[in-house]
Design a protein. Structure first.
Length: 197
């Protein structure tokens, strides 16, 4: 087997509490290569998860999806640790921009400098394909575009002013740096995972 060079690398995966989800699968693939994994997750509150009967959810898939959103990352952590690697998790709401630097601080204090970032956190509601409200649309833009850029840019945080993460918005240089970081990490992860199998 080709060694992808992931052993003992520190990997941060956002959105990884659903044991059947993409984040858990990606974390598992890195752990299988010997990487140390730090998971981020955020459980939706019971009030934001619709009850299948009262909300008219007819799809078993929708009900299952929402049930997984109430879980902590414990099941995923157990699976990763069974592979013999260090794995830790932090629950945090990425809609709060102060959380982004804190997430990296906690990961680095626990496992060391983050070397690979997987931006997997997302938000979904039944009408997110064509959002029916401005409020939902704004939430999706924030969580699907702004937060991943800020998370990716956090790897440059030693060379960027704190205001970059807490206020305003991401300027042209920041967007370019964030996109470059996301692209670079995705390519490195894909190369490593492709060589592994």
């Amino acid at each position: 087997m080709i060694d992808p060079g992931l052993r003992e690398k520190v990997v941060l995966v956002t959105g990884a509490n659903n044991p059947y989800g993409i984040g858990a699968a990606v974390a598992g693939a890195f752990a299988a290569q010997g990487a140390r994994v730090f998971l981020h997750y955020f459980r939706q509150s019971h009030t934001s998860v619709p009850d299948a009967q009262s909300s008219g959810l007819t799809s078993l898939g929708e009900s299952f999806y929402y049930s997984q959103q109430l879980k902590s990352a414990d099941e995923v952590l157990e699976r990763l640790r069974s592979l013999g690697v260090q794995a830790y998790a932090l629950e945090a709401d990425l809609s709060d921009p102060v959380v982004v630097p804190m997430l990296f601080d906690r990961a680095e204090a626990t496992l060391g400098p983050v070397e690979v970032l997987v931006n997997n956190a997302a938000y979904w509601e039944g009408d997110t394909f064509l959002p029916s409200s401005t409020e939902l649309n704004n939430k999706l833009v924030e969580l699907w575009t702004d937060r991943p850029q800020r998370i990716a840019a956090a790897s440059f945080r030693d060379s960027l002013p704190q205001e970059f993460f807490l206020g305003g918005g991401i300027g042209a240089r920041g967007r370019l740096a964030a996109r470059a970081a996301m692209y670079q990490q995705a390519v490195l992860a894909a190369r490593g995972l492709n060589h592994a199998g």
